[in-house]
Design a protein around this ligand. Structure first.
Ligand code: UGA
Length: 455
């Protein structure tokens, strides 16, 4: 099939390269001419494992093209997919103007049989609204469908090629047939395809992200409880996750979830719920708890630095919102670092994939090429991202660099006994140290389990 993808960002580019791999003829369009020029030269401006190779293969096979002009490819396309940004607005709602503008341009160019498909994450009702907008702009009926993506940064290609499901939302048979045809190669391999209306498809995306985020928020609180009463969140999560009704993924505690999706999507869902008088109270609590959690990381660090944090040195390991990406959007580091800098702390930072352009929030940090360099002279080492490289740290070498041997491991990447053997005072997340366990047991044996503070 002939497919045009508007927006050559992370979602658009991955989707385009994967559709080309399935055998479709794909043109990716972006108004950013520099991005298009660089893609044409074979350089992929995003760090996503396997994407460069897939783009190269698609281009070589003649099935993947890049341009900044929508008109000609859209006129020939059977499907135009919109994969443009939907940034958060100050009130938590999302800005749909990029989607609307791209849709208006596409609708002016496409043939009568083509479908305009929304790939961007949009609030329920957007496809219906767009359909009426496009119909009045063009004076004819336009097929608008919803086909949400479930791609995780860092594993986007396997998420596309072996998805748990494909969701197709269409309010007319033309769009439904085109999308079912597009995904036939995957369905023939046994992938489930859910065919529904556009509102349900749009809601499925939000509900999936909100539910996953709730799982994380829940295990984060259980981790705090473990630390307080002397438990180990790793085994609690394992014991809980083996219940097939719950499932073991997304039960790793951390410094608070981030990225370009969960924070934005939960805010948008809560905003829609309030607007239509169907409050999403669990999600509203989750948003507040997650924001608080990130701030509490900074407060915990400052408390451990004592009454005069100014002129102390802290090594932050991990600027990305999770491992295997250079994306720092809404990462824990983005909240933590400015709060430390504001209090005069010297922040030495390392990430295996530092952001190409350090955002302004990281102004004032010293970027280091290795975790060992970051630890130089540090009183605290704080792990915020679960990179494999941090699991393999040479702890004795790390210990030799710092001033005070304390590690705050918010991702539980290190083994407590190995950290202790290297001489570290090691504080993990929800894995209470033996001293806390002993205190909790002693209290329990004196009558009643009373919370002891972690660490
Ligand atoms: C998320 C969803 O997982 C994708 O299915 C969805 O398509 C995507 O959003 C989107 O809406 O486009 P992504 O934002 O790439 O994908 O990242 P995740 O792997 O879901 O992680 C999100 C955050 O949760 C990260 O900060 C991560 O560190 C945190 N997390 C994840 C935990 O703290 N604990 C976990 O057990 C899992």
């Amino acid at each position: 099939m002939r497919v045009v993808i508007v927006g050559a960002g992370y979602v658009g580019l991955t989707t385009g390269a994967c559709l080309a791999q399935l055998g479709h003829a794909v043109t990716c369009i972006d108004i950013d001419k520099t991005r298009i020029d660089s893609l044409r030269r074979g350089s992929v401006p995003i760090y996503e494992p396997g994407l460069s190779e897939l783009v190269e293969r698609g281009v070589e096979a003649g099935r993947l093209h890049f341009t900044d002009q929508l008109g000609v490819p859209a006129a020939r396309a059977e499907i135009v997919m919109l994969a443009v940004g939907t940034p958060s607005l100050a009130n938590g709602a999302i800005d749909l103007s990029h989607v609307e503008n791209a849709a208006l341009q596409a609708a002016a160019a496409v043939g009568r049989e083509a479908a305009i498909v929304i790939k961007s994450t949009v609030v329920p009702g957007t496809a219906l609204k767009l359909r009426s907008l496009l119909s009045s702009a063009t004076g004819r009926s336009v097929s608008v469908a919803s086909n949400p993506e479930f791609l995780r940064e860092g594993s986007a290609i396997s998420d596309f090629c072996s998805p748990d499901r494909i969701v197709v939302g269409a309010d007319d048979s033309n769009a439904r047939n085109l999308l079912e045809q597009l995904y036939r190669p995957l369905v023939e391999r046994g992938v489930a395809l859910i065919s529904t209306d556009t509102v349900s498809a749009e809601l499925t995306k939000y509900a999936a992200n909100a539910f996953l985020a709730l799982k994380i928020g829940f295990i984060n609180e259980i981790a705090d409880l473990c630390a307080a009463v002397g438990g180990d969140v790793t085994t609690v999560a394992e014991g809980v996750g083996l219940d097939r009704r719950i499932g073991s993924s997304f039960l790793a505690p951390g410094p608070g979830f981030g990225g370009s999706c969960f924070p934005k999507d939960t805010r948008a869902l809560a905003t829609v719920g309030r607007a239509v008088d169907a409050r999403q109270e669990l999600v509203e609590c989750l948003i507040a708890a997650n924001d608080r959690r990130k701030r509490r990381v900074a407060e915990d660090i400052l408390r451990r630095l004592g009454r005069h944090p100014e002129q102390t040195t802290v090594a932050i390991l991990g600027s990305a919102f999770k491992a295997n990406t250079d994306d720092v959007r809404e990462s824990a580091a983005l909240t933590v670092v400015p709060l430390l800098i504001e209090r005069g702390v010297n922040v030495r930072m390392h990430d295996p994939q530092p952001p190409a352009e350090g955002p302004r929030e990281f102004g004032g940090v010293v970027w280091c090429k290795t975790p060992y360099a970051a630890a130089r002279g540090a009183e605290l080492i704080v792990i915020l991202t679960e990179w494999d490289a941090y699991r393999r740290l040479n702890l004795r070498r790390l210990a030799s660099q710092c001033d005070r041997r304390t590690i705050l491991d918010y991702r539980n990447v290190l083994a407590p006994d190995e950290a202790a053997a290297a001489g570290f005072d090691y504080i993990s997340t929800g894995r209470a140290p033996v001293t806390v366990r002993k205190a909790a047991w002693a209290q329990a044996s004196r009558g009643g389990l009373v919370a002891a503070s972690p660490g």
